[in-house]
Structures are given as structure tokens and as C-alpha cells.
Design a binder for this molecule. Structure first.
Ligand code: ADP
Ligand code: MG
Length: 391
């Protein structure tokens, strides 16, 4: 997939509509984590340095209509602090205030529109709404990878109205890195798959299963595989309707001559949160037991495979790592990932949290912040926002 890139745009004296992902956690007007705002700075600074005037748009949360608690005002204030530049914030997405601010803004200044989801036209891609946005700028840049899997007004429909359009540096990097997993990955390619459910990410599991040489399955997902093998999983989380699918994947992978590991031992408790945990063999999970982590033998096996990897993809914690007693498998795997010399990609909300908690982020080649978008991309879908930017 070849995308139109920001470096190919002429930005001098241009008004640049910049779709960003500034969907940050805000509590009582305070930003709790500004990672996404800081992540935009390379693209934002590039536009300004090239003489462009950025008009930034983002959604925040899921408002049905105008909701003051989901205003981007705190983000505007924070952008001002981070960039030491004037940030216009006209307090609406479209309308006279916006038009006035766009006219008044000067080179070196920034304009941030209000939460795009305050306008119903964002979801419906209303042509009238898009026309008003189109009139504000000369060129379009999208750097919101996290929403690239949603076809909304500012992520999709609007892009086509601009002759001059491109992706920003964040999208460029995500696509470059994730594409390496899909196209000619160096072997051996190890995929570590865990997390809560298979059904959340069946396309990724199937697609990765075809590409990787070794599949290491843990987390709640493994319980469904254990069921498919005919084992009982007690009171653990598993998905009845996915058992057939799990069987199918195991058979297919075997036919292709790949290795698939499901846990041979596990940590269980009899209550949640776990007070006491016990290690059991996969075939001996008690009827009232709850599986919360992979066992020590499984963990060792996983680590041996990981140490041989040249390409490694990890999505999904291997246990209920939020509970200290069930966190060992996830953190041990994180540690062995940090020690191997390979092309390493971690994706998924909780997985990224686990890597950060383990303190090994700097040892990972690429941490994909896209969540759902990363997983859909790896599932083989052409994400709508990217489709709009294909060269
Ligand atoms: P990601 O966000 O990285 O894609 P998921 O959302 O699929 O991952 O799953 C993360 C969650 O899976 C974690 O909150 C963790 O508690 C849960 N989980 C992992 N193993 C188990 C298990 N054995 N039983 C129940 N939940 C589990
Ligand atoms: Mg998650």
C-alpha cells in the first residue's frame, strides 16, 4: 500500500486541515495523559516549519451532541503550553466563529476546532457539513491512526474533497511497521496472542496464523483452545461459539507445518480477585477453578520460542495481569521480549499498558498505539482513512 505522504505536499502559505487523534483522557478539565498530543508534534511542527497554517480537528469521547464535559478546550490550552504558539480555539466545529478565526490566523499560529462529534454530520458524513469544512483549508493531512478504521466525516469523506491530501508522520510510521508483519517478515516469525476473547480479534488471529511460523496462545483466548482440545476449563472465561473456529485454526496451522502452543499448565484460583493461586496441568483444571495466567512450564516454553524469533508480534496479555497474582506470565514474556534481538511489534490497548508497566517500551521496535485500527490492519482490512490516502 503506497500512501500519499506529507513530504510530497507543498505547504507554503497553505491552510492545512489536520485530522489528529487528540482523544485524550480528561477528568474534571485536567488531561490525565498527554501522549497523543505530544505524538502529533512532529507532524504539527513540520507543517508550521514549512509555512503552513494548521487547522486541527479531532474527536473526543463519544458525545451524541454538544457536551461541555467533552470540549477540546483543555487540549487547546495544553497545545499552547507544548508549542509556545498562539492557539485559536473558536469553540465550534463549523460556523461564523470558525470562519473568522481562520481568516485572522497568521503564519506560525495554530487553530483547533471543537470536538468534531459535537456535529451530527461527523458520523453521517453529511455533505453540507463536509462542504463547510472543505472551505476552511487548501490541503488535507490525516495523522489520526487510532480512528483510521472508522469512516467518518473528517477521517474519510472530507479527504476526497481535497486534491492535495496526505498522511502525517504517525500514520506513515504505523503503516510502514505493521506492513512489515504482513509482507516478507524475517523468519522465524513468532506471534504471541492473548487477551480476553478470540471473537474480538478473529480476523487478526486467522491472518497472523497464516503468516507466523510459531503461535503462542495464552490469556482468556487460550481457554477456548483448551476447550477445543476437549479439556474442561472450570469457571474460566471462554467462548462456546468460538470452539469450532479454534479447532479449525489448529488444524489449518498444523497442516501448514507451523507450531502452535497452547498452555500445558496454568495458574488458577477459586475466587476473583485471586487470594491464593495454584498451578495445575491443562488437563486437570478443577471444575470450580478460574484460569488467570499461564503456568511456569508454559512460560518457559514460550520464552524459548521467543528467544529464537527474528520477527515478533505480541497482542493480548497472557493472563489477568491487572492482578498481581496473575501477572507473572505477562511480565516474564515482556522481559524475554526485551532481551531478544528482533523486529518486535506490540499492539492493543492492554498489551501496550503491560509493556509500559514492565518498563521495556524502549526495547520494542514499534509500539502500535492504534488499538482497534492496528488489529483491523493486521487482520488484512484496508482501513477507510488509508483508502482515502492511497497514491
Ligand atoms: P488488548 O487490549 O491488548 O488487545 P484484550 O483487550 O483482548 O487485549 O484483553 C486484555 C484483557 O484480557 C486484560 O484486561 C486481561 O485481564 C484479560 N485476560 C487475560 N487473560 C485472561 C484470562 N485467563 N481470563 C480472563 N481475562 C483474561
Ligand atoms: Mg483491550
Amino acid at each position: 500500500m503506497k500512501l500519499r505522504k506529507i513530504k510530497d505536499l507543498n505547504l507554503k502559505n497553505k491552510r492545512v486541515f489536520l485530522r489528529a487523534d487528540l482523544n485524550v483522557p480528561i477528568k474534571e478539565g485536567k488531561i490525565k495523559d498527554d501522549t497523543r498530543i505530544r505524538a502529533l508534534l512532529p507532524t504539527l511542527n513540520y507543517i508550521i516549519e514549512r509555512g503552513g497554517m494548521p487547522i486541527i480537528a479531532s474527536h473526543l469521547g463519544r458525545p451524541k451532541e454538544k457536551d461541555p464535559s467533552l470540549s477540546l478546550k483543555p487540549v487547546a490550552d495544553h497545545l499552547k503550553k507544548l508549542t509556545s504558539r498562539k492557539v485559536h480555539f473558536p469553540q465550534e466545529v463549523v460556523g461564523e466563529l470558525v470562519e473568522k478565526a481562520v481568516k485572522e490566523m497568521k503564519e506560525g499560529e495554530i487553530l483547533l476546532l471543537e470536538n468534531t462529534r459535537f456535529e451530527s454530520g461527523e458520523k453521517t458524513q453529511d455533505p453540507e457539513f463536509l462542504k463547510k469544512l472543505r472551505a476552511l483549508a487548501d490541503v488535507y493531512v490525516n495523522d489520526a491512526f487510532g480512528t483510521a478504521h472508522r469512516a467518518e466525516g473528517t477521517t474519510y469523506g472530507l479527504a476526497f474533497l481535497f486534491e492535495e491530501r496526505a498522511c502525517g508522520f504517525l500514520i506513515e510510521k504505523e503503516v510502514e511497521m505493521l506492513s512489515q508483519l504482513l509482507k516478507n517478515p524475517q523468519n522465524p516469525y513468532i506471534a504471541i496472542l492473548g487477551g480476553a476473547k478470540i471473537s474480538d480479534k478473529i480476523e487478526v488471529v486467522e491472518n497472523i496464523a497464516e503468516k507466523a511460523d510459531v503461535l503462542l496462545i495464552g490469556g482468556g483466548m487460550a481457554n477456548t483452545f483448551l476447550k477445543a482440545k476437549g479439556y474442561g476449563v472450570g469457571k474460566s472465561l471462554y467462548e462456546e461459539e468460538m470452539i469450532e473456529k479454534a479447532k479449525e485454526i489448529m488444524e489449518k496451522v498444523e497442516k501448514m507445518g507451523k507450531k502452535l502452543f497452547i498452555p500445558e499448565d496454568l495458574l488458577i484460583s477459586y475466587e476473583r480477585p485471586a487470594i491464593e493461586v495454584k498451578e495445575v496441568l491443562a488437563k486437570e483444571i478443577p471444575e470450580n477453578g478460574i484460569v488467570g495466567d499461564i503456568g511456569s512450564k508454559t512460560c518457559e516454553n514460550f520464552k524459548v520460542e521467543i528467544s529464537k524469533g527474528k520477527t515478533i508480534f505480541w497482542n493480548g496479555p497472557l493472563g489477568i495481569f491487572e492482578e498481581e497474582k496473575f501477572s507473572k506470565g505477562t511480565f516474564e514474556v515482556a522481559k524475554s521480549l526485551s532481551e531478544v534481538d528482533a523486529f518486535k511489534v506490540v499492539g492493543g490497548g492492554e498489551s501496550v499498558m503491560a509493556v509500559e508497566k514492565a518498563g521495556i517500551s524502549s526495547k520494542i521496535t514499534h509500539i502500535s498505539t492504534g488499538g482497534g485500527a492496528s488489529l483491523e490492519f493486521l487482520g488484512g482490512k484496508i482501513l477507510p482513512a488509508l483508502e482515502a490516502l492511497i497514491l
